[in-house]
Design a protein around this ligand. Structure first.
Ligand code: FMN
Length: 389
């Protein structure tokens, strides 16, 4: 049994299924298919998504690692079948077919993996690249993230995410208010708290769609209830801020990550940025502000963890950009596939998932244990020690 959480995903966008193997989850964690499906559903909704989301309705099939509603401590594995597979079997199947039966995709889209992937792996049909580079793969990560979120819930760690910007439309509502009214965010088609801004964001998505264009934005991911001391300052690759940024940057189309005050801190003075330290009997050590966003020296401080993540506009445009056909070398319009116009709300759910995986990993490193009970004992003993400091 390993206390190290690690996972791999496999599967092509229009392949038979996505596959996930997740190792390092302790035994005794209650887990249901419904819990995971709920997270998959959250990833699929959102204003601005393409037609495919209506066909998909993702559901997980738990293959191993769970028995009678509880984890076994062995690798948990899932399949997320592609419900449209019957229409793709000839194009994406493993069996050899005549070349003429499958038209090649030869017009690379700027902003995608198409061109460089084709050169690197020596393909003349760029479908071989885009099928795996596609953000469809993130459904697998959301499934793994759902298990990790369930583990974090056992330790009273809560996860939130919301859209704070689409294009130039910004929601400046305070974070505390957003957490308090989280149900409203969950119901918003763009995951935005403010009604007025929500309307503006929807109008913008509609307008951009009419123009054959796409739009990006910024989402926020928040974790509450983290113990102090997850991650470490002692080695570069143990620093939790670095690990979270890595995970978030690995999501398709993510172009930037801020923690706490982030880029704004660079143009402020030290006195405006650092969080002063205070102490009282009930709370122990705490901060008078949280501009660090809950991390100092690569470790959680115990304050809310706050990340802001920038997503570029979707690369496939209904009014395509210029490209070059990789076979004829002639100028052409880039391929247009059925595509999203804006996927910031979905990306925020994926952001939650990848951060939950990274935090669950750090929790397992800190508290170990083969069973959930053993892990909980270690956690409680550490928290008692922290309180007594
Ligand atoms: C939730 C989500 C949905 C996406 N949907 C699309 C899409 O429909 N069409 C598209 O061209 N790109 C889409 N993307 C972005 C591409 O997957 C991404 O830009 C591409 O794989 C290249 O990777 P890179 O942008 O990280 O370099 C989506 C990204 C996310 C996170």
């Amino acid at each position: 049994m390993s206390t190290k959480i690690r996972y791999l995903t496999a599967g092509e966008s229009h392949g038979q299924a996505l596959v996930v193997i997740l190792e390092g989850i302790p035994s005794g964690l209650k887990l249901t298919k419904e819990w995971i499906d709920k997270e998959l559903r959250r990833r699929q909704i959102g204003y601005g998504r393409g037609e495919r989301m209506k066909i998909e309705k993702d559901e997980v099939r738990i293959i191993s690692g769970v028995r009678l509603g509880k984890t076994l401590g062995s690798p948990v594995s899932f399949l997320i079948p592609n419900l449209d597979w019957k229409n793709w079997e000839k194009i994406m199947g493993a069996d050899e077919v005549e070349n003429k039966d499958v038209p090649a995709f030869t017009r690379p889209r700027p902003g995608h993996a198409d061109l460089v992937g084709g050169i690197k792996y020596n393909f003349l049909d760029l479908r071989n690249v885009l099928e795996r580079a596609s953000a469809r793969e993130t459904a697998a990560r959301v499934a793994a993230g759902a298990v990790c979120k369930k583990l974090l819930h056992e330790f009273n760690i809560k996860t939130f995410s919301r859209t704070v910007q689409i294009g130039r439309e910004k929601d400046a509502t305070a974070r505390e208010e957003a957490i308090e009214s989280y149900e409203r965010i969950e119901k918003s088609p763009v995951r935005c708290l403010n009604f007025f801004t929500e309307r503006k964001m929807i109008e913008l998505i509609d307008e951009v769609k009419r123009r054959g264009d796409t739009v990006g934005g910024i989402f926020e991911v928040i974790f509450l209830g983290l113990p102090p001391g997850l991650g470490s300052y002692i080695q570069w690759d143990l620093k939790l801020d670095a690990r979270l940024a890595f995970s978030l940057m690995s999501i398709q189309a993510i172009v930037g990550v801020e923690i706490g005050a982030g880029f704004e801190a660079s143009s402020s003075f030290g006195s405006e940025v650092q969080d002063e330290i205070a102490y009282n009997e009930t709370r122990g050590f705490y901060r008078l502000s949280n501009r660090a966003g809950g991390i100092e020296g690569g470790m959680t401080t115990g304050e809310p963890l706050v990340l802001r993540v920038a997503m570029k506009p979707i690369s496939t445009l209904a009014k395509p950009l210029r490209s070059v056909d990789i076979v004829s070398k002639k100028e052409v319009a880039a391929t247009k596939e059925r595509s999203d116009v804006c996927a910031v709300p979905a990306a925020s759910v994926i952001g939650e998932a990848v951060c939950a995986i990274e935090i669950a990993k750090a929790m397992r490193e800190k508290f170990g244990g083969d069973s959930l009970e053993e892990m909980r004992k270690n956690y409680l003993s550490y928290m008692e020690y922290v309180r007594a400091r």
